[in-house]
Design a protein around this ligand. Structure first.
Ligand SMILES: Nc1ncnc2c1ncn2[C@@H]1O[C@H](COP(=O)(O)OP(=O)(O)O)[C@@H](O)[C@H]1O
Ligand SMILES: O=C(CO)[C@@H](O)[C@H](O)COP(=O)(O)O
Length: 479
């Protein structure tokens, strides 16, 4: 029997690095590894490298090609020698809220941005982080030094790919791809080109930008001679891992909550809800992203003194949320655009102040936010026939049971797997062989759907959000 050709895919996500090694022909996962990242919204990229070394330890023997999928948007600034000059400012860092508002006004409003780069920027977008660091350089010596020395700006997956490439030096030869470039705020999916003027607008001067590699390109070689594929943003990688088809919408419940679909056409939503991203195949990936997803459940479980399994059981056993509404904006929020917001619980009575009802309200709150996301995709003309649940939070039985009614479509549960890493591995196989392989996606059985009054629950959620929006829009004074 001939040995399978091996490819590796990596997910350098917010909370961890995950590695899968697959048979390039079938996609069968043969080896897996994982290592955590530190918490926080500004992280030294060397921490990702350390996590990669731990997660990939002993896995790479015989691997012929590798691709990196990574959390989108994070700003990694490099000097002329390729040294990192500031901790990476991640997608979930909301410090650039004021910078975002300024940039939107300066260019002529949300429509001007949607026209220029397919998306209205929110504080997650890299372009806003460039403006933030420029404007806050004087109050911090590390930032001042970083702004003075910065020669190039790249994204987490670009940096990891560059670090893995043994055939590059300094900042020469750095690459990115369409999927990740589309989350910067200075690259247009519709025209496939950089808007370098937007980098200059944000930062006050130009910076070197990575070359946008093609979907099946080999962009370098590792020290052991493995081919490096272009890599991509984590959501574009997941779309590749799931082999999304027209009518499919992926719902990823990781640190972020995302709803996205493949599209043959670019979108440009000036409301700021739907980001007009590119995918990793040459098409498009309209996407809605919330800042609070799986951690809403883990934080609520911790509050209630429950394990995640107990939390799930409580949410499922609850006689509904009984009008208790939880707005899950625990880390501020991106969609809706409320970077200064906090979470909010409304509807506490002696009857609703029960652990099980609180657990249920937490799951409903995070799903109501995602229901708005799916509706926003529908409003952009994206067909929604079935929803594919993925990410750590998709393992939650209560999410599986409540999602069909609240999101308004059939829910499919791909067999739990690291789909970002798997999609990156599929891209690596594409670069290695020249053909995008067809890999079977095993489908699991979700928890049976619960019947509930979705209209009432979503109306309650929308009313609480509307009525508290002024409060949630202003900075919270927690002192
Ligand atoms: N059964 C479960 N119920 C709810 N949340 C879960 C469950 N299993 C894992 N998680 C959560 O999934 C998250 C990790 O998911 P992952 O997709 O790896 O995130 P990221 O890609 O942002 O690093 C953690 O917050 C973890 O608490
Ligand atoms: O900002 C976005 C998408 O625009 C996030 O989806 C990040 O890409 C992080 O993903 P996770 O680590 O939560 O999977």
């Amino acid at each position: 029997m001939t040995q399978p050709r091996l490819v590796a895919g990596v997910d350098c996500s917010t909370q961890a690095t995950k590695v899968v090694v697959c048979d390039a022909e079938t996609g069968t996962i043969l080896r897996e590894g994982r290592a955590p990242h530190p918490d926080g919204t500004q992280v030294d990229p060397q921490e990702w490298w350390k996590a990669w070394e731990i997660a990939s330890d002993g896995l790479l023997d015989g691997v012929e090609a590798i691709a990196i999928g990574g959390q989108q948007h994070g700003m990694v600034l490099l000097d002329e020698t390729g040294e990192v000059v500031h901790p990476a400012v991640l997608w979930n860092d909301t410090s650039s809220a004021d910078a975002t508002a300024e940039l939107i006004t300066e260019l002529g409003g949300p429509e001007a941005w949607a026209e220029a780069v397919g998306s209205m920027p929110v504080p997650s977008f890299t372009v806003t982080k460039l403006r933030w660091i420029r404007d806050n350089a004087d109050t911090d010596p590390v930032r001042r030094d970083a702004v003075a020395r910065a020669a190039a700006v790249v994204l987490p997956h670009d940096w990891m790919t560059h670090r893995l490439a043994a055939d590059r030096t300094g900042i020469d030869g750095i690459t990115t791809d369409r999927g990740d470039a589309s989350g910067t705020g200075w690259w247009s999916p519709a025209t496939n080109s950089y808007r370098e003027d937007l980098v200059e607008r944000a930062f006050g001067r130009s910076l070197k930008l990575p070359r946008v590699a093609g979907p099946a390109e080999i962009v370098g070689r590792t020290a052991s001679g493995a081919a490096l594929a272009a890599g991509t943003g984590d959501n574009a990688a997941a779309a590749l891992g799931l082999d999304l088809q027209v009518g499919d919408v992926a719902i990823s419940l990781g640190t972020s909550g995302t709803a996205f679909a493949r599209s043959a056409h670019p979108t440009a939503d000036a409301s700021g809800f739907v980001a007009g991203f590119a995918d990793a195949t040459g098409e498009y990936l309209p996407l809605v992203c919330t800042l609070n997803a799986a951690r809403v459940m883990s934080a609520t479980a911790e509050l209630l003194g429950m394990t995640l399994a107990e939390f799930d059981e409580a949410a499922l056993s609850s006689p509904g949320s009984q009008g208790l509404v939880l707005l899950p904006f625990l880390d501020g929020e991106r969609t809706p655009d409320l970077p200064h917001s906090t979470g909010l619980v409304y509807g506490l009575t002696r009857a609703t102040m029960q652990p099980a009802i609180m657990a249920r309200a937490a799951v409903e709150g995070l799903l109501c936010g995602l229901a708005d996301a799916v509706d926003a995709l529908r409003a952009q003309g994206i067909p929604v026939n079935r929803l594919l649940l993925l990410g750590g939070g998709a393992r939650s039985r209560s999410v599986q049971a409540l999602a069909p009614a609240l999101l308004g479509a059939e829910v499919v549960l791909p067999e739990p797997a690291e789909y970002v890493a798997l999609g990156a591995a599929r891209q690596a196989a594409w670069a290695l062989t020249g053909d995008l392989p067809t890999w079977q996606i095993p489908v699991g059985k979700p928890e049976p759907a619960i019947t509930l009054d979705a209209t009432q629950i979503r109306t309650n959620y929308a009313q609480v959000l509307t009525n508290t929006r002024p409060l949630l829009s202003s900075p919270y004074n927690g002192s």
